[in-house]
Design a protein around this ligand. Structure first.
Ligand SMILES: *Cc1c(COP(=O)(O)O)cnc(C)c1O
Length: 396
């Protein structure tokens, strides 16, 4: 019997119970990792019906797998979607979604600040397939609306963005996109379904790198796409044929991580807000970028469409990259690494991570100071993080 989650269940309840069965094989209370490629049928009529999709069941694990299904069901419930399907990574979710819907002659409108891998698909992979891509200044809604007005098949958004947390008003762009019958896809990785639900703002598809906050422990990679059944079915079909399937072990780890999603995000929202205000008071800090601050240039949009402001923030140090080099290695409670969204605080300079391939001028054009530090704030006690930052700032 399936779990008793319904639309009105709270997000914490959904995180824990969505996708869980009353009883798994062997009376197991927790979802087993089904390390099985094949599924065994003695009744040929039943097998036939499962193959035709007339009865529930599994045939081959590139297509579906019971452990993977539990993960998909949790994210589906949290995003309030009709359907969800999963992928081996976030980039697989993004590329499979774009390649499912785009054909030669189509036009896409997106932003300049999307995730590096996504940007690369827009700049290097879609144009040779005769898909026209128009990338707008992130947060310039007038420019984006004008580009959508020229006609487009798909509008691709990401909000908040890396690394200065720029925001896009999802409902406003959806309104314009609907006039062109364009599909609206939103990368909700930074916000998580706890802080933002693009589907309720009118988007057609919401997707995540589950590698980040959903899993929350930096120990498994995955991606997931949610939306209406017919759209998700098309993306699922593309994925089951092209093969970027989520591994059952990763699905298990991600589903286990999701059980604490609401708790973690509440703590990370709280920690990031406190840290942002604390950093504003430090004399070595030039500017703090956090959507929860009144000083943030898209704070009004954040208040309108987000339930919480998230665990990501960035700040620039006076003294540029030389100051960053003295500051970061002194931190005791932060991994200096790529990625984000884990229980442990993680810090890095965009100059050597996400934006390493750009020139200083190009970074300046995107509003990224040379002394910028990005923080993915963890669930540690905030007093310890503050103290750690204070002692590291003294080294500058
Ligand atoms: C990390 C990330 C991705 C890519 O996800 P992978 O799991 O690394 O493939 C996509 N979008 C955003 C916003 C990300 O942070």
């Amino acid at each position: 019997m399936k779990s008793h989650i319904n639309k009105k269940s709270g997000l914490g309840t959904k995180s824990v119970w969505a996708g869980e069965l009353d009883e798994f094989p062997g009376q197991a209370s927790q979802v087993p990792v089904f390390h099985s490629v094949t599924y065994n049928y003695k009744d040929l009529d039943y097998w036939h019906n499962v193959s035709l999709g007339k009865e529930e069941g599994h045939i081959y694990s590139r297509n579906t797998n019971p452990t993977v299904e539990v993960f998909e069901e949790k994210v589906r419930a949290l995003e309030g979607a009709e359907a969800a399907t999963s992928f081996s990574t976030g980039m697989a979710a993004i590329s499979n979604t774009l390649f499912t819907f785009l054909r030669p002659g189509d036009r896409v409108v997106s932003i300049k600040d999307s995730y590096g891998g996504t940007s690369s698909i827009f700049l290097n992979f879609l144009p040779p397939m005769q898909v026209e891509v128009s990338l707008c200044e992130t947060g310039n809604h007038e420019e984006m609306e004008a580009e959508i007005d020229k006609g487009c098949k798909l509008v691709y958004l990401e909000t908040p963005t890396n690394p200065t947390l720029k925001l896009i008003d999802i409902a406003r762009i959806v309104k314009k996109a609907k006039e062109q019958n364009a599909l609206v896809v939103v990368d909700n990785t930074f916000a998580t379904p706890i802080n933002q639900n693009p589907l309720t703002l009118g988007a057609d598809i919401v997707l995540h790198s589950a590698t980040k906050f959903l899993g929350g422990h930096s120990d498994a990679m995955g991606g997931v796409v949610c939306g209406a059944k017919d759209l998700v079915q098309k993306i699922f079909h593309y994925r089951e044929i092209t093969g970027a399937t989520l591994h059952p072990m990763s699905a298990y780890l991600l589903a286990r991580g999701i059980k604490t999603l609401e708790l973690r995000i509440e703590r990370q929202n709280e920690n990031a807000m406190q840290l942002a205000r604390f950093l504003q008071e430090q004399s070595q800090v030039e500017e703090v970028f956090y959507p929860g601050l009144e000083s943030h240039k898209h704070h009004d949009v954040a208040k309108k469409q987000m339930h919480g402001f998230g665990g990501m923030l960035s700040f620039s140090l006076k003294g540029d990259f030389e100051a960053v080099k003295k500051f970061l290695p002194q931190l005791r409670y932060a991994h200096l690494a790529a990625s984000l969204g884990a229980v442990g605080t993680l810090a890095g300079p965009p100059r050597v991570t996400s934006h390493v391939e750009l020139t200083a001028e190009e970074r300046a054009h995107l509003g990224i100071p040379e002394g910028l530090v990005r923080f993915s704030v963890g669930i540690e006690n905030i007093e310890d993080i503050k103290e750690d930052i204070l002692q590291a700032l003294k080294n500058i």
